[in-house]
Design a protein around this ligand. Structure first.
Ligand code: GDG
Length: 738
């Protein structure tokens, strides 16, 4: 049976006065408890190893209750948690680049901490287990687990926003972070906007294109999804059944008497917009003298990240401002703003939600915001709830679901002050209607439903998807080639170069053959009965320079010229080719270069190629579509073929294509078996060849993108392994050795 592991920076435990771990509820822990999913937690217990009185005992106690602790020392916690995660990444994910601190010494600790998590997990997981990783503290972990070679299903959920790539790319470690994340099988976000920004970062930082729902990674597909988190409905319902809740409800109702209660609840964090909220309250009190004594704003701000300077300063700023407002608008018996800088038990919180006439949720930006959902849920008449209305920032992820709230722009203090007036004067009937319109859906899509959905989706991903090992498709073919050659027949290999025999690089001239390739060709060319051709779009100069072995056949410029063994160098494949069309298409191609920074033209004997690999990826693609439409029009009656390849648009003479050249070579060589391999559109002319039943014709597409007429697929490594295997099997046969 496969197991599920939930990994988050903090474990759902706190240490009591005696240093003993006590399970805490709330958030993820309750979500899972409610969903009936059994999972083991992996995380940091919240104190540094140096502070633990008896580390071994603590670890043993935690393990007994199904928890796997990740033990971290003070130095790592400082650099990883207080430093990189909370002082660099957190502000950046929330668009607050001016608050982000960039200290080069922090990232190595972030890596070390992620590594410590990986090791703790790898100690306990087995093949086919599911690991669900949470949040920005652990961006590198999915890849670390993937690289372990264990067959795990890995999900990652980001609880914060994912910002625009313009902001994200300010991180020096942007590549490592994206690559780390892409080690997962499934990456989840709260909203479609965050997913969209993530895709754009993957495109702009890694140059990897994606679909709305997935990113292709070598032989794996990484699913992307939108899963708005729900609140702990079950937990709040239970809390509202307790005596503690009733007691708080009665007590607060008596304290409030006729006064209206406007509540806000949040961690004291600069993303939550507390100073702006206080500005709006101040403006409201200034303009509504008659209301001052009748309203109380209770601001519950749970202490957060007290070790980070930014947070200490924010606390002081908020305390000062609250004092100033009360000093100005309070009376002897009444302070309009109550700032409660501490945490409350859940039943007490539920009672305050139930009583409050309005809830002010006004973050400057927030991944989701659960308080907004909890407030709506607690508006339950049968448990003493009073009608109330939610005032909600349009920049909280929750705004996309809670459309019946009074929506505000938290930066617009006047608008928020006006929303307070609107809430104050709203009829109970209107409040109830708004609440009811949202309540059912919120209760259904609570935190348990959310956790169940994500876990079900990741568990449905077949482990075998990413085991499609291209090399496994070849033994049969190797056997057929070996047999043909050993039985005195002939075999031919027609191999494209870029993207087939080696990877793409941004400058085509840098894509020289790697050190293994030329000796491999030397070995293959030495096998009697085997003919080998490199069939490329490259100019003859490049091929001549990099493939010196004269026994190797070279086809340049997509089949325009060739260099065959035992001949005097390069010849035209076809004697007469009309190139008058070049004058017609050239102006269009030159215009494309002028209008698209980073693009350039490559002129070949029988074709012209517009390259846009180094342009802005979206802009380049858009221009390519425009150019293709124009070219299709202009070339309708010309003897050319226009095609859209990988980051190129090519106009080529119709007679000249790789397929025609291969066909001519096959009729020369008479092989019993021929293998053609290529990765892009120009190679389709080879795959589409119809050469009769006599020939064993094997077409292989390298890469898993796009439709193809080839009968098989592999990747660069798979093809390379096949060639090596062939050279070993045929090269080691003494009968065949020269
Ligand atoms: C991150 C993202 C995203 C608060 N005060 C008390 C208390 N709380 C509980 C609330 C609520 C939770 O804390 C706060 O959750 P939020 O969603 O509002 O915000 P973050 O802490 O910033 O959480 C956020 C979330 O992750 C989930 O993905 O929504 O955008 O920033 O549940 O009830 N609970 C108790 N006493 C308090 O005084 N018992």
């Amino acid at each position: 049976m496969s197991n599920t592991f939930i990994v988050s920076n903090r474990l759902p435990v706190r240490l009591d006065d005696a240093g003993k771990p006590v399970r805490t509820t709330g958030g993820l822990a309750s979500a899972l408890a409610g969903s009936g999913i059994e999972a083991t937690w992996v995380g940091w217990p919240g104190i540094a190893s140096e502070q633990m009185e008896n580390e071994a005992q603590l670890v043993a106690t935690l393990k007994e209750s199904g928890i796997v602790p990740v033990i971290l020392g003070e130095e790592i916690i400082d650099g990883y948690y207080h430093g990189y995660a909370n002082s660099t990444v957190w502000p950046l994910l929330h668009y607050m680049i001016e608050r982000a601190r960039f200290e080069p010494e922090w990232f190595p600790f972030y890596e070390k901490a992620n590594r410590a998590f990986a090791e703790a997990i790898l100690d306990v997981v087995e093949d086919s287990d599911t690991v669900w990783i949470h949040d920005y503290h652990l961006f590198l972990l999915p890849r670390m687990l993937r690289e372990s070679g264990k067959k795990l299903r890995i999900a990652f959920f980001l609880h914060t926003p994912f910002p625009s790539s313009e902001i994200f790319r300010a991180l020096s470690e942007r590549r490592k972070i994206l690559e780390g994340l892409l080690g997962a099988d499934l990456i989840g976000f709260h909203t479609y906007n965050y997913l969209r920004h993530f895709r754009s970062a993957v495109l702009r930082v890694l140059g990897v294109e994606s679909n709305v729902g997935s990113v292709q990674q070598e032989q794996r597909e990484v699913s992307l999804g939108v899963y708005p988190i729900g609140h702990d409905h079950r937990g709040f319902s239970k809390a509202m059944q307790t005596a503690e809740y009733q007691d708080a409800l009665n007590r607060h109702a008596a304290e409030l008497a006729e006064k209206k209660l406007f509540i806000s609840v949040e961690r004291l964090d600069y993303t939550k917009g507390i100073p702006q909220k206080l500005d709006a309250i101040r403006l409201f009190l200034k303009e509504n003298e008659a209301e001052r004594a009748k309203i109380v704003f209770v601001i519950i701000a749970v202490p957060s990240r007290g070790d980070v300077d930014e947070y200490v300063q924010l606390t002081e700023e908020v305390q000062r401002e609250v004092g100033a407002i009360n000093g100005k608008y309070g009376t002897v018996g009444h302070a309009p703003v109550q700032f409660l800088h501490r945490s409350f038990p859940q039943p007490e919180l539920a009672a305050l939600y139930a009583l409050a006439d309005a809830c002010l949720v006004t973050p400057l930006i927030d991944g989701m915001n659960l308080v907004a959902k909890e407030y709506i849920d607690c508006k339950n008449e049968s448990t003493g709830g009073r009608p109330g209305v939610l005032i909600l920032s349009e920049f909280a992820g929750a705004a996309q679901e809670l459309s019946h709230a009074i929506m505000v722009n938290p930066y617009d203090v006047t608008e928020t002050a006006r929303a307070i007036t609107q809430a104050l004067t709203m009829s109970d009937n209107d409040k109830q209607k708004r609440t009811l319109a949202m309540q059912d859906r919120l209760r259904r899509s609570d935190s348990s439903a959310w956790a169940t959905t994500i876990l079900n989706e990741v568990k449905a991903i077949p482990l075998t998807v990413r085991e499609v090992n291209a090399t496994t498709q070849f033994p049969m073919i190797t056997g057929r080639v070996v047999k043909a050659v050993q039985e005195g027949g002939r075999a031919s290999l027609f191999l494209d170069y870029d993207g087939t025999l080696r990877d793409f690089v941004s400058k085509p001239e840098d894509a020289v053959p790697d050190p293994e390739l030329l000796p491999l060709f030397d070995r293959l060319c030495a096998i009697p009965g085997l003919d080998v051709a490199v069939v490329s779009g490259r100019p003859l100069e490049f091929l001549d320079q990099h493939f010196p072995n004269p026994a190797l056949t070279l086809v340049a410029e997509h089949g325009y010229r060739w260099r065959r063994p035992d001949t005097d160098g390069w010849e035209l494949v076809h004697e007469h080719i009309d190139t008058d069309w070049i004058d017609v298409v050239m102006p269009l191609l030159e215009q494309a270069v002028d209008l698209t920074p980073g693009s350039h033209l490559e002129e070949k004997q029988s074709s012209i190629v517009w390259h846009y690999r180094q342009t802005d990826p979206e802009f380049g693609l858009w221009r390519a579509h425009g150019l293709l439409a124009e070219l299709t029009d202009v070339t309708a009656s010309l003897p050319v073929a226009v095609h859209h390849g990988k980051k190129i648009v090519e106009v080529a003479s119709q007679l000249v294509n790789k397929g025609q050249a291969v066909k001519a070579l096959i009729s020369d060589w008479h092989p019993n078996i021929a293998i053609v391999a290529g990765d892009d559109q120009t190679d389709e002319t080879m795959f589409a060849l119809e050469l009769g039943n006599e020939l064993d014709f094997v077409s292989v597409k390298v890469g898993d993108e796009g439709a193809t007429r080839a009968k098989r697929r592999t990747d660069i490594r798979g093809l390379r392994n096949f060639l090596v295997q062939l050279s070993e099997e045929l090269g080691t046969d003494p009968a065949l050795k020269r």
